[in-house]
Design a protein around this ligand. Sequence first.
Ligand code: SIN
Length: 312
Amino acid sequence: MQNKSSTVVVLGTGGTIAGTAPSGAGDSSYVAAQLSVAELLAGVPELVAAAQGAEIDAEQVAQIDSKDMSWSVWARLLDRLKHHLSRPEVLGVVITHGTDTLEETAYFLHRVLQTTKPVVLTAAMRPATSTEADGPRHLCQSVQVVVEGGWAGVAVVLQSEVHDASTIRKMYPRALRAFASGDVGPLAVLENGVWCWRRALLAADPLVPWDEGTPWPWVEVLHSHAGARAEAVSSWCAAGVQGLVVVATGNGTVHHELETALRQAQAAGVVVWRCTRCPQGGLEPDSLGWSPASHLPPAQTRIALMLNLISK
Ligand code: SIN
């Protein structure tokens, strides 16, 4: 049982977890990011038990569908995280987020936030008004994982599982159990009300000093596929792109038309990284000189390249 002066902070950013549908309408006609984080928490009385005596503070950082995630929201989120995590009475922070770009925000925070406390991102696949609403359970589980502590860093809590920020992937567009960590699996699972930790968090990649004033490098993602064409590469280069992530076939191979264009881009000073189209496993060390071997999917590889360009 936590001391009454212990606090868990819940930062709201929107998403389906805060979504509502008109009464009588099906779940698919909901609108994301409608309820404030204070309204969300007020609708989940079970949070009192999950908090085990700790107070819960709420703050609205943004109110968006996460497809519209932006650098300015990330900057604000990071600023509020640093503020709350520095409060001695705060045990950790829960962030409510949309599922669509959750893995990008989780990976970004994992790479830029130095913390000795737990930070959990959570979300929902059904709106708050649904008879199948999964948000309330996810909120309770997230608060419980923060209150029980024993770990530090950035993780994701969904569907009775805790996942690393760098392995979590949205695998299904509609299923309730939409997320997984592939071959690596979850960090912890809830069994009979007890969190069973299977391993420690994966070691963090080097932290990158980033703040609101840091300009974001321009990095684009392109796919290698049958009949791939190279025009986009030359137009981006002419417009000043700084980095390109090529989503390669198999173990990192790239269509010859694209490969030629990407080599020219590289010779002109654009940094080229690769990741694979395959949903599981990582690339072998690079024979083309395009990126470190990586297990990251395209959206996270793009963030990794941006942070790499910032830290140069
Ligand atoms: C969003 O990502 O904000 C909308 C979709 C979702 O949360 O499932």
